[in-house]
Ligand binder design. Structure first.
Ligand code: ZN
Length: 283
């Protein structure tokens, strides 16, 4: 009896591996989750975030700040034809009201969060666009569920796809949230997100190398080598910032695009606009 059941399960898994999700055609990574799973997982984590306002207080200041970031920067990047899942995922942007955190993160399936600490620290629209492009790439490239696939492997495949435990996704979302595992991107995921931010931004009004501006500013301010509390979370989830500056410069050179740094102004940077519409409006 036991062996028959085992055989049935094995055959089912083999069948589902062939026909269900398998290798995602847009990301070329093995992922046992469907795009709908990514969306649901993200929404479950959003619920967790909303129920923890002391950790994740949503910005309730001047509403024009979020509206400006959304319509001017976020939607501009999403309009890139390279964002293949814009009609599949639910891309949203939210501001977390914590000036002590210099960070941003993306959830599976599209929700993107930026902290007021980051918004106050950055000084150009290009720099913010670089970060947002990077976060969109994490969702678009499915880094969270690719990682979960590696981590949970076949046991999740069994319970999710064979329907043994339909609440499994919610459970994973809760675990993700508690462990903040969704924040801890690998070095290769970080590099891939930088690469895609660079590519997405080439379809926008923004300077495409701006994904490195934040790191350049941190480096110039001596914050990368220090162990300031503001950066503890950031550096734990975004490894190798100095190396990432060099890699982006290399990409710019290979694409024959002028190498500019975070102090640049002029075309594609939008420094005054950033100050007038974003940073000056956050207390
Ligand atoms: Zn990242």
């Amino acid at each position: 009896m036991k062996s028959i059941k085992y055989l049935y399960v094995s055959l089912s898994v083999a069948f589902l591996l062939l026909t269900f999700n398998g290798c995602d055609s847009t990301t070329n990574a093995f992922n046992i989750f469907s795009d709908a799973d990514d969306v649901q997982l993200g929404l479950d984590v959003v619920t967790e975030i909303n129920s923890n306002p002391s950790e994740y207080p949503i910005f309730r200041g001047d509403p024009s700040v979020k509206l400006y970031i959304k319509t001017r920067i976020f939607d501009e990047i999403l309009a890139s034809p390279q964002i293949a899942k814009k009609n599949v995922y639910q891309y949203t942007i939210e501001i977390v009201d914590r000036n002590d955190v210099l960070n941003a993160f993306a959830l599976p399936g599209g929700p993107v969060y930026v902290y007021t600490g980051l918004l106050k620290y950055l000084d150009t629209e290009a720099a913010l666009a670089g970060v947002i492009g990077h976060e969109i790439a994490h969702a678009e490239r499915r880094h969270a569920t690719n990682r979960l696939t590696k981590y949970y492997g076949v046991s999740v495949l069994l319970s999710l796809i064979l329907g043994n435990n339909p609440s499994q996704i919610a459970e994973i979302a809760a675990n993700l949230f508690v462990g903040l595992a969704f924040l801890a991107n690998s070095r290769s995921d970080e590099d891939e997100s930088d690469k895609f931010s660079f590519q997405y931004l080439q379809d926008t009004r923004y300077y495409p190398g701006s994904v490195k501006f934040f790191f350049e500013k941190l480096n110039a301010d001596g914050l990368i080598t220090g162990s300031g509390s503001q950066l503890e979370t950031f550096l734990s989830t975004h490894p190798d910032p100095v190396q990432r500056i060099a890699v982006t410069n290399q990409r710019l050179q290979e694409s024959s695009i002028e190498v500019k740094n975070y102090t640049a102004s002029g075309e594609g940077i939008f420094r005054t606009e950033y100050q007038n519409n974003i940073s000056s409006k956050i207390p």
